[in-house]
Design a protein around this ligand. Structure first.
Ligand code: FES
Length: 79
């Protein structure tokens, strides 16, 4: 889905930006030019940013839990 028509920025572009560490609309504006023309996309970009950040945080928590389980099983096997 295209979020910013003026600058051809897609939801996928924003997702990649979040995975790369961006966390604010200002960062998206500076790096992807989101909202730098007519500005009508800013609220949608903010919503997509928030959704992507929620998914990224959930994925990281899931990954950490999985790593903790691996360590737990490794420790149990070492005893
Ligand atoms: S749609 Fe993003 S600046 Fe116009």
């Amino acid at each position: 889905m295209i979020v910013c028509v003026c600058n051809n920025v897609s939801e996928k572009n924003i997702r990649h930006a979040v995975e790369g560490g961006m966390t604010t609309v200002s960062e998206l504006r500076a790096n992807l030019d989101v909202g730098t023309c007519c500005g009508k996309c800013v609220s949608c970009a903010r919503q997509v940013l928030r959704e992507c950040m929620d998914k990224t945080v959930a994925a990281k928590k899931s990954h950490v839990t999985h790593i903790q389980q691996i360590h737990f099983h490794a420790d149990a096997m070492a005893v």
